[in-house]
Design a protein around this ligand. Structure first.
Ligand SMILES: *Cc1c(COP(=O)(O)O)cnc(C)c1O
Length: 515
């Protein structure tokens, strides 16, 4: 766990002893099986300031993404500190696809850390923001001629996935009379008696024969392999250990072939927790399974399975959600890799003795605590079945990844009168309401959260719903402009002596793109 003062762990299963500010702000909305958000102080402070939040939403619209690069900087520092405890040359390359805001690119620039880019546009924006080329890597899954030309011209190292890419890069380099530096993406590592399945990279067993036989590597001015790269699915640290253990001998061999390997890049997938309390996560799934079996009232809309289903009275299927609570996360996870064995020593020692740089490419976890989404309540309607539907001025693509649901309780900030009296009873649920947050797309499935929520003090039109910790993927990865809704605005929170807010520069570059 992060051991910073902002995240003391707590028990939130019962409501006794609510005294902390974050507990108070979390008390207006809870899942009927609660999943309490881990909060950063800047988030709690803003949730307490309904006036400031209302002004922001009035000015920039709903929903609104708030991002805080200071927290991102803290996260980079923590990763670096844990590597320096092991005395290894280590660098962070922020995986930019996890959040498009340029505030994070600028923060990376200031910290002299790197950025991992996954498209021509990401790469162009990062280079034109002034980041030096050696702090940029391009891992785009599809590399068009245009992208390759850009990377060669600006000396951005590309992680090469396949022979076809290699040929295009060699051709482009030849045409420019340049020798290019590349990294090779590797996959198919042996783990637990099997090979890890992937659609990416060169198979770990075929890399050396490929290099020995490939014409591109035997020509004059051939591309120089300066790094090996992998990025694994999932969050298993033992799989990373296995991958590193299998890459190190390859690096030795490649160096013997004359390739000046400088770095080993272990990709992203550093896990994080969105919840304060492991027991809430376990309890949720326990209760959900009972609901699936019909042994308690549903905890999700129409008893949605979230990946599970009832087959002949038994729970089948797999959870289709991000593990919002994980026991081993962030620097603890990293350190368990550094101190894993290699030969007669540790991985850290093997990296050190080879004078290698170890790189990682965190997206989600480096953005931990660095953003939240704010949306305005537009209606409250009671269904015949008794539950309430609370309509938000946002759609589900504005808080979605491949995870089936965002499994963290949102925060309701009371802005309107509690009972909606001033604006009429029609506009409020009244106290002790239960129901669902729904969005602006015109489909039956358009729920912002599939979990059923409880609103002990009710919700009123004009209240604000805060979705905490959305910076990693949730804001941008799947956002769509269906129905011609404009995309959410992105506003940077600057925690100076006086907190201030400004539009992120990405807003300006997106305006230019339609020219
Ligand atoms: C997506 C991706 C990352 C970031 O992964 P996280 O799980 O967000 O840390 C890093 N590297 C590559 C190549 C990726 O595709």
């Amino acid at each position: 766990m992060n051991d910073g003062t902002e995240h003391q762990s707590s028990t939130m299963i019962d409501d006794s002893g609510i005294d902390r500010e974050e507990d108070k702000c979390r008390s207006y909305c809870k899942g009927i099986v609660p999943l309490s958000a881990r909060m950063e102080k800047w988030m709690t402070d803003l949730c307490e300031d309904d006036k400031a939040l209302s002004r922001l939403v009035e000015r920039f619209g709903s929903p609104l993404n708030l991002v805080n690069p200071k927290t991102f900087e803290r996260n980079v520092d923590r990763f670096r500190e844990s590597a320096s405890r092991h005395d290894i040359d280590f660098e962070v390359y922020f995986a930019r696809k996890a959040n498009k805001c340029l505030a994070f690119v600028n923060a990376a620039h200031e910290l002299k850390c790197g950025v991992d880019t996954a498209s021509l546009q990401e790469c162009e924006q990062v280079i034109s923001s002034g980041l030096p080329a050696d702090k940029v890597i391009c891992t785009a899954a599809i590399k068009t001629d245009e992208l390759v030309r850009f990377c060669v011209a600006h000396e951005v190292v590309m992680a090469i996935d396949n022979p076809c890419e290699l040929e295009i890069v060699s051709r482009e380099a030849m045409a420019n009379g340049k020798q290019v530096n590349i990294a090779l993406r590797v996959g198919g590592f042996k783990f637990g008696g099997e090979h890890l399945k992937t659609r990416f990279g060169f198979d770990v067993n075929e890399l050396i024969p490929f290099i020995e036989s490939n014409a591109a590597f035997n020509a004059n001015n051939c591309p120089l392999v300066v790094g090996l790269h992998f990025h694994l699915d999932g969050y298993c640290h033992q799989q990373r250990v296995a991958a590193i253990q299998q890459c190190l001998p390859l690096i030795d061999e490649l160096r013997n072939h004359g390739h000046p390997i400088k770095f080993l890049d272990m990709g992203g997938g550093i896990p994080m927790s969105y919840l304060d309390d492991a027991r809430q996560w376990d309890l949720f799934w326990l209760e959900h399974e009972l609901a699936i079996l019909g042994q308690r009232e549903p905890v999700t809309y129409l008893n949605h399975g979230l990946g599970l289903l009832n087959v002949d009275g038994k729970v089948a299927g797999v959870r289709k959600s991000y593990p919002f609570f994980q026991p081993l996360v962030q620097t603890d996870w990293l350190e368990s890799i550094f101190s894993s064995p290699f030969d007669s020593g540790t991985i850290a020692e093997a990296i050190r003795s080879r004078r290698l740089q170890l790189r990682c490419e965190p997206g989600r976890s480096i953005l931990d605590g660095s953003g939240m989404t704010v949306a305005r309540v537009e209606f409250c309607k009671q269904h015949r079945d008794g539950h309430w539907l609370v309509g938000l001025a946002m759609n589900h693509t504005q808080c979605r990844t491949s995870s089936v649901d965002f499994m963290v309780d949102p925060i309701v900030v009371k802005v309107a009168d509690d009972d909606g009296e001033s604006s009429g009873r029609q506009q409020s649920t009244g106290p002790e309401a239960e129901g669902f947050l729904v969005g602006a797309y015109c489909t039956e499935s358009e729920l912002i959260f599939k979990r059923r929520m409880r609103f002990p003090k009710g919700v009123t039109r004009g209240d604000l719903v805060i979705i905490p910790n959305t910076a990693g993927y949730f804001m941008h990865f799947l956002e769509s402009r269906s129905h011609q809704f404009p995309l959410a605005k992105n506003v940077v929170v600057d925690q100076g002596s006086n907190i201030s807010f400004s539009l992120d520069n990405i807003e300006h570059s997106e305006l230019c793109e339609g020219k």
